[in-house]
Design a protein around this ligand. Structure first.
Ligand SMILES: NC(=O)c1ccc[n+]([C@@H]2O[C@H](COP(=O)([O-])OP(=O)(O)OC[C@H]3O[C@@H](n4cnc5c(N)ncnc54)[C@H](O)[C@@H]3O)[C@@H](O)[C@H]2O)c1
Length: 248
């Protein structure tokens, strides 16, 4: 427990479980007030209760502009501002190239990329007002950097889009001394990867030079660094947390 983020307000999407919940927990343990946003209300309420004081559950489907606006406005009203946005909500349907339907392409891009854009659109004025405490962190993926056999094409495209969107945001926020960065996890042990067949998970594990899947807490540590004062001069960057799965 530290208080390095005391007085800051964070909004984390996809926070009911997995990486999002680890991020929300880590920010809260460092003193931040945190709004946890998710579509899965029962899981969201349980997750929010697991945090300390200063946690707020806000139900929102990030692909719906009205939901996003309502959730962020509620956060600002409740906590009195917004300094940190973590765009983490995402889905990754494992689908072969030929089997991706137009509907599924749209759903993946709507949640993973358009959802992050909607959140930025509503949150940015508040983050700009926060000045040098203002932070955007987008959770991309190794799939958005190197593609790869396993990563479905719509998922990879959405995650690559997040990386370039972050660079644009970094330039937009710079005059206010606020920053925007990406974290690109490699395969990380969450419900998302637990849903895979054991054989598939083992194949991926074997391809990771450090010989194991990542842990959600390790992704959360990277986010905590990027939102801290220590990272005030880091912007437009993508931080790789992948056990060597992709080395630049
Ligand atoms: N787990 C991995 O191996 C891995 C690797 C690289 C990147 N990522 C990325 O990290 C992020 C989190 O992944 P995870 O493994 O924790 O996933 P997860 O499936 O465990 O959790 C994702 C959460 O997002 C929520 N969500 C889904 N659609 C939503 C929507 N429309 N609006 C709001 N919330 C929504 C879900 O309800 C869930 O609580 C995702 O963006 C994912 O692409 C994960």
């Amino acid at each position: 427990m530290t208080d390095e983020l005391t007085g800051r307000v964070a909004f984390v999407t996809g926070a009911a479980r997995g990486i999002g919940l680890s991020v929300a927990t880590a920010l809260n343990q460092r003193g931040a007030d945190v709004a946890l946003a998710d579509v899965d209300l029962p899981a969201l309420e349980t997750a929010t209760r697991s945090l300390g004081d200063g946690a707020l559950a806000v139900e929102a489907d990030v692909s719906r502009q009205d939901d996003v606006r309502r959730a962020i406005e509620r956060t600002v009203e409740h906590f009195g501002g917004l300094d940190i946005l973590v765009n983490n909500a995402g889905i990754c349907p494992l689908r072969g190239f030929a089997d991706v339907t137009e509907e599924e392409w749209d759903r993946v891009l709507d949640i993973n990329l358009k959802g992050a854009f909607f959140c930025c659109q509503v949150a940015l004025p508040h983050i700009q007002k926060s000045g040098e405490r203002g932070r955007v962190v987008n959770i991309s993926s190794v799939a958005g950097q190197s593609g790869g056999v396993l990563a479905p094409i719509h998922y990879s495209a959405s995650k690559a889009g997040l990386i370039v969107m972050t660079k644009t945001l970094a330039r937009m926020l710079a005059p206010d001394r606020a920053t925007a960065n990406c974290v690109a996890p490699g395969t990380t042990a969450t419900d998302l990867t637990d849903a895979w067949a054991e054989e598939l998970r083992e194949r991926v594990r074997a391809a990771i030079p450090l010989g194991r899947l990542g842990r959600p807490e390790e992704i959360a540590e990277a986010v905590c660094f990027l939102v801290s004062d220590k990272a005030a001069f880091v912007t437009g960057a993508t931080l790789d947390i992948n056990g060597g799965l992709f080395i630049r």
